[in-house]
Ligand binder design. Sequence first.
Ligand code: BGP
Length: 481
Amino acid sequence: MSFPKQFLWGGATAANQLEGGWQEGGKGVSCSDICTGGSHKQSKRITPVFEAETFYPSHMAVDHFHHFKEDIALFAEMGFRVYRFSIAWTRIFPKGDEKEPNEAGLKFYEELIDECLKYNIEPLITISHYEVPFGLTKKCNAWASREMIDYYINYCEAIFNRYKGKVKYWLTFNEINSATMALGGFLSQGILNEKEKSTEFMKQKDIPKLRFQGLHHQFIASAKAVQLAHRIDSEYKVGCMNIYATSYPLTCNPDDVVFNQKRNQIFNYFCSDVQCRGYYPSYIGRYFKENNIEIEMEVGDKDILKAGTVDFHTFSYYMSSCETADKSKANGEGNIMGGVANPYLKASDWGWQIDPKGLRYTLNEIYDRYQMPLMVVENGLGAYDKIEEDGSINDSYRIDYLKAHISEMHEAVLDGVDLIGYTPWGCIDLVSASTGEYAKRYGFIYVERYDDGTGDFSRRKKKSFDWYKKVIATNGEDLEY
Ligand code: BGP
């Protein structure tokens, strides 16, 4: 038994981290465009007012806007069967509230999609990936406001109509559950509670009630988008997308087990329960009560949720952590999602704990819960890469990471999980979402662009490029290098 014949091997990116060309083709300013560079040690900043001397990595990113044909040709050379990318909302609706879409933006993605189709690469499009139009943040504090549903649906309508017949797979929101954490408020929802001054990304002013209300608006928007997509093209398949941060109880003390279960429900399952099942799960009531959160719902919302469940489930998977009820231990040790370190695992240079078996466990858990097709749409190792004197890049550490995860995905397939695709993150180097740096690289393709703003954007293949090409060619049978 092997991976299914039609298994969708590919890679994933996001417009704000990849494209650059931030003011080309009539593009408007997105929330990611006002974020400065940063690093593992120094948080990036959110600057509501642009600062003249400051470096904003998304403005040029890795210049995919001008290199997309070259990049897609390289993906095709690796044998990609699917390419997950996102549309920058601000290329289509520059401020977010326009009535008519921007033709230049629609055309750019049309060319990009055509380029994929030329090589038989299936596009998998994320509609909103960490780049809400900043115009909507200024206008209504973005997803904190119910107005957003109409702006989002207007945007969906424009792209669903335009790319009909060319695209099959859509994802409504990237890592929607990131908004259950403080850092998702701005990153994912465009909610900015201090509009005047620059703030550190990790220290933004947080109002949990707004984030959860924002999630309600996103659930309604997602459910409406699913129905709209099916009306426009019955072939369209629309999925949800979650960060799955696998967590284990630190010990078998029942206190730790229950603590972990609660954390798992709120972080890993709340959003996908709503999107896959079509209603709010019973456990969330207590959480809302204990955190003084009251969701404002309109008549009819429950029916919308019910009628707009997704067709498939996708998630990102990078790491796992442990949870404990013991407060003296409950300090995040490097893991961006919180939790404590697992003594059995090693971490990446950014403190993300590497856990391939956790992926098998997770695929089984999710599939058991929803019984719908799954895709792993992000996975990978952010690492420092070095160009050797002969020009090669020997990223065997990345190959080891991916190889171990692919083996465990295979185990999950043998376990009976309906896994339909795999798109490792940052198949070409790009800007890091959490730190705003170039130095944290994920790609099979290296891009010469650095955190001091130097580099000519030239591309070169890493060792992992040929390795992944062989993995795809053998449908995951040969993982050796
Ligand atoms: C996910 C995001 C991506 C991506 C990835 C890696 O959370 O969906 O946009 O960037 O994580 O994270 P980072 O770039 O912080 O290393």
